[in-house]
Design a protein around this ligand. Structure first.
Ligand SMILES: [Zn+2]
Ligand SMILES: [Zn+2]
Length: 217
């Protein structure tokens, strides 16, 4: 399993292509402002787009969905149902951030905590991790030592909880129960900024030590 990041836009959002090497099957995760480069990469490598996964429905993570989806309109689009109201409110999100907004194809499949989702012979385990957004999920490939964590946790920081549906205590529980339970060497691909590891964040993330609640981890 190979992960490539595509950052772009005013929020420097990271979209990802996850490539299953044996089959050339690809999953696109959170296609944002840089989605055209994701499309070009898939075409250049002659990969097959098999699934589109949305960790959550904030505009910067879905604004490029239509471009990736145009590669193959039959490709499933996955979102947790608890983020469907955010998805349906993309126009309001755009208004709140003063961003332009393209109509997007609708999610076709609903993530559930604990399920496995597959593309090209590779598998992610879905973990429900609300707090930054009410229907946020993370995608874990434990045997490959990696997880895509969206805006739950970043290198040295955590997701903001002041947007509609956000809640700090819920986010801290999600981080403790769904992220810090992974092995230290697990590589975390985040929604903004550089990748990190569970061990690094456990030891050095200022939000995960001391009175913020990381002591239980
Ligand atoms: Zn977000
Ligand atoms: Zn984000």
């Amino acid at each position: 399993m190979k992960v490539e990041a595509f950052a772009g836009g005013g929020f420097a959002e990271n979209g990802y292509l996850v490539i299953c090497p044996d089959s050339g099957g690809v999953a696109a995760v959170d296609p944002g402002a840089a989605s055209q480069r994701m499309v070009e990469r898939i075409r250049a490598e002659d990969w097959t787009l098999e699934q589109i996964y949305l960790t959550h429905a904030h505009l910067d993570h879905v604004e490029g969905l239509h471009r990736v989806h145009a590669l193959d309109p039959d490709v499933p689009i996955w979102l947790h149902p608890a983020d469907r109201p955010l998805f349906d409110g993309l126009a309001q999100q755009a208004g709140a951030f003063g961003m332009s907004f393209s109509p997007q194809p609708e999610p076709t499949h609903a993530f559930e905590h604990g399920q496995d989702v597959s593309f090209g012979g590779c598998t992610f385990a879905v973990r429900f991790a609300p707090g930054h957004a009410p229907g946020h999920v993370i995608l874990v490939a434990e045997e490959h030592g990696l997880a895509l964590v969206g805006d739950v946790v970043f290198q040295g920081s955590i997701g903001r909880t002041d947007l509609p549906g956000g809640d700090l205590q819920t986010l801290m529980s999600s981080i403790r129960e769904q992220v810090l339970t992974l092995p230290d060497e697990t590589r975390l691909y985040t929604g903004h900024g550089p990748a990190t590891t569970v061990g690094r964040e456990r030891a050095t993330n200022p939000f995960l030590v001391g009175h913020f609640g990381g002591e239980l981890a």
